[in-house]
Design a protein around this ligand. Sequence first.
Ligand SMILES: [Zn+2]
Length: 435
Amino acid sequence: MKIWVDRLLREGVVERGVLFEADAAGLVVSEDSAVDAPPDAASLDLATPGFANAHSHAFHRALRGRTHQSGSFWTWRELMYRAAGRLTPDSYRALAAAVFSEMVATGWTSVGEFHYVHHRPDGSAYPDHAMEIALADAAAEAGIRLVLLDTCYLAGGIGRPLSKEQTRFGDADVDEWLSRWRSLHEALDGRSPLVTLGAALHSVRAVPREALARVARELPSDIPLHIHLSEQPAENEDCVAAFGHTPTELLAAEGVLAPRLSVVHATHLTENDIRLLGEAGVHAVFCPTTEADLGDGIGPAIELMDAGVDIAIGSDQNAVIDPLLELRGLEAGERLRSLRRGRIAPERLWRIGSAHGYASLGLAAPARVSGPLDLVELDAGSLRTAGSRSEQLPLTATGADVRRTIVGGRVITHDQTSIAERLQRGITALFEEDR
Ligand SMILES: [Zn+2]
């Protein structure tokens, strides 16, 4: 497979006439620059390495435009549980394929799906990992690169059992989660070149202290591990009351902080938390459109970066699916917090959207030799982007400016009408009983 890019915009620098060649697995085997387009290559105008969505819950897309009456994060969660309670392997496969297609159409080339709807509503297991296979097949259908972050979810709060709505998220104990994870690892092996398995701990609310330590010790060390961290002040208060530690301090005490860890949100942190996360070299996944939508707050991105943490971005609840708006939201949060402009330089935003997100998911950087041939072609002459300098496009373009997406060397064009129809069908089916 050969892809030729007239103007390749990589980490803020434009290179002319770049030719990539990929092997059958979609990995870059060679790269040349300043060459003319060969006749056997697909040819792109202005392109940038693909964006990594390091945190998604695909089914939350069903709540978009249905939750704005009033309330808090916790009332939003009630509605989310209602949607989660109705998913089946078939309905989730169809909905997730449409959501993943929406991601590809807006420039996300890889996604870390933080997945906890594993079991039937009564808590019994589906045969043959049916829910996980549904997500893997949905990703293959949409053409997105998926790192399935199968999630350990054992408690309804610190020292509390799972509630009725949470029953299908749970495993009986950490041993059962570990053995299900190992069996899933075998089941996914060789299913699709786009799909790999990672892991997640839901949060310090949902995973008991001893289980945090067991997962950190027993999960193979090359597997990426994600956790929701300090999204809401209530989590910090509960954790300090139970253990005398902040959630970050608890993770440090139990040996969970390590370079393979990604902490999601990291919104309400102490100075000591930031120091611990930096020393451990974790990734932090910010989800600016979700954090704004849910009223979570603005996390200390600059302080984390200064401490040594690489930031990545995610669409989380998928009320917005647009990598460029997440990047802009990250910078906007910093400006609102500091009353200053130009907080995160554009070339750094490109890295945050792409290479850091891939690293957070345990993937090599895209559009580099031995990394995946994942690219996004952008329209630099649209209503939003006309006149912009290329390197500043994260502050002007949106997902609507994505022309074509390349994943593993395959060029994907987007039929927006068909994607929207599939989303409509999947969401209507989920909420049919409410009408
Ligand atoms: Zn989340």
